[in-house]
Design a binder for this molecule. Structure first.
Ligand SMILES: [Fe+2]
Length: 292
């Protein structure tokens, strides 16, 4: 495996898989939504393109409400029955992605272990007194960007995957993002990082894993600035990638729980969408910065 640091805390891992071309073909085929499949359905992904939200419906990914960590692991994938070549291929794809995610994030966590405290075994007590894992994997989700979005300056505006909130809610928060890029025959489609007034543009190669801080204020910042990224439009071919995360549990702030008490659990929960819509914490204008 090749390891390239393109900027502090932003790592590219190459040559992780034996057959990246085969993986790309399986993903491309899956987007036809052939009924003979084990993968979830490709559906509309906002204005960006399409994605598979639940990578395979029989396995539950991280559920914020029940705090159930993902069951996306080698054991559960291996248990999936397959009855056709397509299903076998998709199972192979899932196993490869799982193996790759663990391999590159283990390397990443080891490399930056002096800068944040990561321990898969660590647990934390929730406000309700339940012990839950401090770190959980979320994902993967398969995505593809529409090609030729002529009306958009950016395919995805500058943001952090970590979601800022006016009051800190309890739950799992994005901490480390790991993207895998299946293809690169499109034009454009670069990811652009904005960190501490620096801009760093990177065009992923087919077979790249890109691992970077999700913008969590506790996990890898630079001069107390969190990592922000945006994505440029891609042209002439669809861009396929896969995203997965390590998330960190946050117990929530006393102010959040005070509001919950004031309004009652149900009402407070139903107010969250509107509060977040108004707050819009993850959206940023195109920043002015020094391009490196
Ligand atoms: Fe993102």
């Amino acid at each position: 495996m090749q390891e390239i640091e393109i900027y502090e805390n932003i790592m590219v891992y190459r040559d992780v898989f034996d057959n990246p071309q085969k993986m790309f073909e399986i993903v491309k085929e899956s987007s036809s939504n052939n009924p003979d499949r084990i993968l979830g359905e490709w559906s509309k992904w906002s204005q960006f393109g399409q994605y598979v939200k639940d990578i395979f419906p029989s396995i539950v990914s991280l559920n914020q409400k029940t705090l159930k960590p993902t069951e996306f692991n080698t054991e559960t994938i291996n248990e999936l029955p397959t009855n056709s070549k397509i299903q076998e291929d998709q199972k192979y794809l899932l196993l490869e992605i799982e193996k790759g995610f663990i391999k590159v994030t283990d390397a990443y966590i080891k490399k930056y272990s002096n800068f944040f405290d990561f321990d898969k075994e660590k647990t934390i007590k929730t406000n309700e007194g339940v012990m839950v894992p401090l770190w959980v994997m979320d994902g993967p989700s398969l995505c593809k960007y529409h090609k030729n979005m002529i009306d958009h300056k950016m395919s995805m505006v500058y943001h952090s995957d970590y979601v800022r909130e006016p009051l800190q809610s309890p739950g799992y928060k994005f901490a480390i993002t790991a993207n895998y890029y299946f293809n690169d025959e499109y034009d454009g489609g670069e990811i652009d990082f904005y960190i501490d007034k620096n801009l760093i543009k990177y065009k992923p190669q087919a077979g790249d894993w890109l691992v970077f801080p999700s913008g969590h204020p506790d996990v890898l910042t630079k001069n107390d600035q969190v990592y922000i990224h945006g994505v440029f439009p891609s042209w002439n071919a669809e861009k396929y990638f896969c995203r997965s995360y390590w998330k960190k549990y946050d117990v929530g702030s006393p102010e959040w729980f005070a509001k919950e008490k004031e309004f009652g659990k149900e009402v407070w929960a139903s107010m969250q969408d509107d509060i977040m819509r108004e707050y819009r914490p993850t959206r940023f204008e195109i920043p002015e910065g020094k391009r490196l």
